[in-house]
Design a protein. Structure first.
Length: 107
């Protein structure tokens, strides 16, 4: 294997690891924010909270970006007759994601 091929494989491996870290951070973020929503806005019991978290995580796997999870949250708020403040949820997603990345970089 030539040096160029070795570097290419190393770069591909590094990219794959980076993508996996981002994916895991997003899943963790979605779980944390979903739990926050369940307790702050809906006072859900443990089972309903768990179901809500899993549904939110699955919803965010539908399309790239955060539009799918935000639509999921907005629909849920609407079903429950609650006002949905998109900016508050987006801010919470961003803050939580930053905290997760900071935690991971300190380990």
């Amino acid at each position: 294997m030539s040096e160029l091929e070795k570097r290419k494989k190393a770069a591909e491996a590094k990219f794959a690891v980076g993508e996996e870290i981002v994916f895991k951070a997003i899943i963790k973020r979605d779980r944390i924010v979903s739990k926050w929503i369940a307790s702050k806005f809906f006072s859900m019991d443990e089972k309903d909270t768990s179901d809500f978290i899993e549904s939110a995580v699955k919803a965010n796997l539908e399309r790239p970006g955060d539009d799918d999870i935000l639509e999921f949250f907005e629909h849920f708020f609407s079903q429950k007759g609650q006002l949905f403040d998109r900016n508050e949820i987006v801010e919470q997603l961003a803050i939580t994601y930053e905290k997760i990345l900071d935690e991971d970089s300190n380990e």
